[in-house]
Design a protein around this ligand. Sequence first.
Ligand code: PEP
Length: 257
Amino acid sequence: MSKKIVIANWKMHLNASQASLLLHRLQERIRIHREVEVVIAPSMLVLQPLSVQIDRRKFRLAAQNAYHQDKGAFTGEVSFTMLQDLAHYVIIGHSERRIYFNENLDIVSKKVSACVRNGITPILCVGETKQERKLGEAKRVIHDQIYTALSGLTTSEVSNMIIAYEPVWAISTFGGEVATPAQVGRVLEFIRMQVEELYGKQAAKKIRIIYGGSVDDKTVGGFLQIEQCDGVLVGNASLNYIKFAGIVDEAYRQSLV
Ligand code: PEP
């Protein structure tokens, strides 16, 4: 069984002292787990102070976004190059960025390339809207998102990355309908097949494919039991240290069976 990864997406929540306090609480509760990788994605503003506070035996840091150019006159942006020493991962293509910030397939693909070029591992989010699912277009949408985002990457770059399946309709921001592990399992399998078709068996085996969408300490067990599921991406519930520590505990418990 592969090592599970649990990622906290704090979104645009918590100022510096609140973020520091939440990290402190998590560090108190979460033990060093060799079998589970725990990643915190705080706001850009607090990445730096948290990088000093963080216990690297327990956690890794991720950024929630970055700009695809390495440097230049791009007021207000932060590049992947600037994140090299701070973030192990960057979340790319999150549905909130695709929907609220009009990030299309081309922008997402440029960000994935910039991320890899700068030695950072992308966490690529893909997933269909409710309407697309209703119209039977979910697979085509996910195929297009994967195909464009991965184009230009080598097999080893693809093998190293993470794809998070996050159906838009299951994310708390957009309604948070509960997806069943059976529904999720079918899509995770489809994603692995897509990777196999594009990059071969080894890449499909090695790439980590995770699930995100209103996961909490009560529901996480069902998702982690899916054969194809290498972990979870958690939004809302990651802001509550009891719930998030509970999610990590469950991942640890499952690593023992
Ligand atoms: C997310 O933002 O990636 C996410 C899964 O959010 P939530 O858990 O709140 O649905």
